[in-house]
Design a protein around this ligand. Structure first.
Ligand code: UDP
Length: 361
């Protein structure tokens, strides 16, 4: 039986939301592989819990999220670093595994890859945002091309790479309930943090005079407060960082979701979650969402940063068939399809390793 160790985010425990969509991606891939008979374990910060998947809890101080730092910020590890402790665990236990999958956007595990006997494969979960990560990712892609994968073409482009593995992303679509009808309200679902551009969604909601329901992890309370001060009269309700069932219910009751990302979103997990609930998405044509949404069919792709475009498309949400949104999620982003892609990837890595081993033995 193939045994796989997953390395989770180093910025918080699983369930905290600090790891963004990568938390759910890890859980989804681990679940897909477990269902296919792989033995999986997840190494993650103390306090992490995953239903039905064994978690090895590691102590230590978390990393600062890369997206809150400048491009040229050096690599910094706090004392008693969680990241260092995780990779010390991986090093000491590597003989127990056939493969290690890393989903943390960190320099250290990429740097350590050549020092491990057990192959370490990396899913790069964000676009280029740090000089040091760029150098590490590009070197990895050149020297270990089999051991790196990305979500979208737009994300790959930010690293200036070509001919690398495109993994896309998925959710357990069956676990999402389809909502055929909606109230006259809009959703915005993301971490509350400047790169997600909440202020544009609020400005648009104000102009079309529709309530906006905000859901997501409160990463930057100062940013949130500044927006509330700027738009005191808009009907905006912050529902909190919701559990998956609560998220589905709140999101499903909305006419559409606005995705007003200011950065090159590597994927945009919430877009496929919205589609699975039958909710069309209006998104800036920037990064992953532009490769997911079918313009005019499952939502609208608009000029980045254009509030007039948001305002023009919101009344047209009624033209979108919610069933078509659900079908796109089922057809293109199912966990079964993702499981097939990941399994092919694992076979590619392990078959090359098998050849090399026989060469050296
Ligand atoms: N999410 C959640 N509860 C909420 C809002 C969001 O669990 O109230 C999750 C959502 O399911 C998704 C993640 O937060 O998995 C956001 O991921 P996305 O890829 O959209 O953005 P990221 O935070 O990774 O930049």
């Amino acid at each position: 039986m193939v045994k796989i160790l997953f390395a989770a985010t180093s910025v918080g425990f699983l369930g905290s939301g600090f790891g963004g969509g990568a938390e759910l991606t890890l859980y989804n891939i681990a679940t897909a592989l477990q269902r296919r008979g792989y033995e999986v374990e997840v190494m993650a910060a103390a306090g992490s819990k995953l239903p039905d998947i064994p978690v090895i809890e590691i102590e230590g101080n978390v990393q600062i999220s890369a997206q809150t730092q400048d491009r040229n910020t050096p690599i910094i590890l706090p004392p008693n670093s969680l990241l260092a402790n995780m990779w010390e665990y991986a090093r000491s236990q590597q003989n127990r595994y056939d493969l290690i999958f890393n989903l943390a956007y960190d320099w250290l595990p990429i740097y350590l890859t050549p020092f491990f006997q057990c192959p370490v494969a990396h899913i790069i979960v964000m676009s280029s945002i740090s000089q040091f990560m760029d150098e590490a990712v590009i070197k990895l892609a050149h020297e270990y091309p089999l051991q790196v994968a990305f979500y979208t073409h737009a994300q790959i482009e930010t690293f200036g790479l070509k001919n690398v593995r495109l993994l896309s992303n998925a959710i357990d679509v069956e676990a999402y309930s389809f909502s055929p009808t909606a109230k006259n309200q809009l959703a915005w679902v993301s971490r509350i943090s400047p790169e997600k551009g909440l202020e544009d969604a609020i400005a648009a909601a104000q102009q079309v005079k529709m309530p906006l329901k905000v859901m997501g992890m409160m990463q930057d309370p100062d940013y949130w407060q500044a927006i509330c001060n700027k738009y005191p009269d808009v009907d905006v309700e912050y529902l909190g960082f919701l559990s998956q069932p609560a998220l589905q219910e709140a999101l499903g009751s909305c006419k559409g979701m606005l995705m007003t990302q200011k950065w090159v979103e590597a994927f945009g997990k919430v877009v496929i979650e919205a589609l699975a609930c039958g909710v069309p998405v209006i998104a800036y044509r920037r990064g992953g969402p532009a490769e997911i949404i079918q313009d005019g069919k499952t939502g609208f792709l608009i000029e980045p940063d254009s509030i007039p475009d948001l305002v023009a498309k919101i009344p047209r949400l009624d033209e979108i068939n919610r069933q078509t949104c659900r079908l796109q999620a089922e057809d293109e982003f199912s966990l079964t399809a993702m499981g097939d892609r990941v399994e092919r990837w694992i076979q590619d890595i392990l078959s090359v390793r098998g050849k090399n081993q026989s060469k050296f033995n």
